[in-house]
Design a protein around this ligand. Structure first.
Ligand code: SAH
Length: 260
């Protein structure tokens, strides 16, 4: 948006501009997050700051601040804003945190984490999505995020241990490598449960040589598809030769997560 438009067309030209999106974002934070009990001020500020509309395709921009996940191609989705905020809140990150983000997808969650944490290491198994997320994050000026195209069930050992590990895809059980890469005091948030059913957002915390487990809200995520564990999807489809629903096809994604 260039300068201050004084002519009659000014307001109309500004519709869909940066200010308009900022206003929608502020409304999203109030109506979808604060109203549902997200309280962490830093998380709310991060959600107010990250331009979610730049993490979806042009034709979905109008819906970027709606209370819903949206398709990002390859049968995958950008998570519902509330789910991103709640998961981020559960992770307890601050400027000193080193965070691992598994299932980078559009890169949106990585950007929210980058607003709060010291360093973010993001892993995405679909190379085209990883590349797109990397480009977006660079263009938006996030210098504290690195994106790796690969299987996140192995974590990213080179940068371990992590103070926070976020997993944005559902698994039958937590990949052991991720627990191994969790720092003392570190927290891991992952949806656990069957691919086709309701999952539970589960928090692991490593403290004093122990790993504590806390089950929180119900959720629905696309499956975590990886070599390091028998994921829920392959367990349900023992005879299927493909490696999951990640290939883009004519069918609408069936694994969209929904709100609690
Ligand atoms: N956090 C993302 C949500 C993407 S949906 C966002 O903000 O847009 C979950 C993502 O997990 C998908 O992009 C999917 O390809 C990815 N994924 C599934 N299994 C994975 C694995 N083993 N390693 C890394 N990424 C994986």
């Amino acid at each position: 948006m260039g300068g201050e438009a004084q002519n009659a067309g000014g307001a109309a030209q500004n519709a869909g501009g940066a200010d308009d999106y900022a206003a929608r974002r502020a409304r999203m934070v109030e109506d979808q997050l604060v109203r549902r009990g997200v309280r962490d001020r830093d998380v709310l500020a991060a959600m107010r700051a990250v331009p979610r509309h730049l993490f979806v395709s042009d034709d979905l921009r109008h819906a970027a601040y709606d209370d819903t996940p949206l398709p990002i191609g390859f049968g995958q989705t950008i998570s519902q804003p509330f789910m991103v905020a709640r998961m981020t809140e559960l992770l307890h990150v601050n400027v000193r945190s080193r965070v691992l983000d598994i299932g980078a997808g559009s890169g949106y969650q990585s950007a929210v984490l980058a607003e709060l944490a010291g360093d973010v290491f993001a892993v995405e198994r679909i190379p085209a999505l990883a590349e797109q997320a990397r480009e977006r994050l660079t263009k938006l000026g996030y210098r504290n995020v690195q994106v790796l195209a690969g299987d996140g069930t192995a974590g990213w050992p080179e940068h371990a241990p992590y103070d926070g590990i976020m997993v944005a895809a559902a698994a039958a059980e937590v990949p052991p490598a991720l627990i191994d890469q969790l720092a003392e005091g570190g927290r891991l948030v992952i949806p656990l449960g069957p691919t086709h059913g309701e999952q539970v957002l589960t928090v692991y915390e490593r403290r004093d040589g122990d790993v504590r487990v806390e089950r929180t809200l119900h959720c629905r995520f696309v499956p975590l598809v990886g070599a390091r564990q028998r994921d829920a999807w392959s367990r349900d489809h023992e005879d299927d030769a493909s490696d999951g629903p990640g290939d883009e096809g004519p069918r609408a994604p069936r694994w969209d997560e929904v709100g609690p």
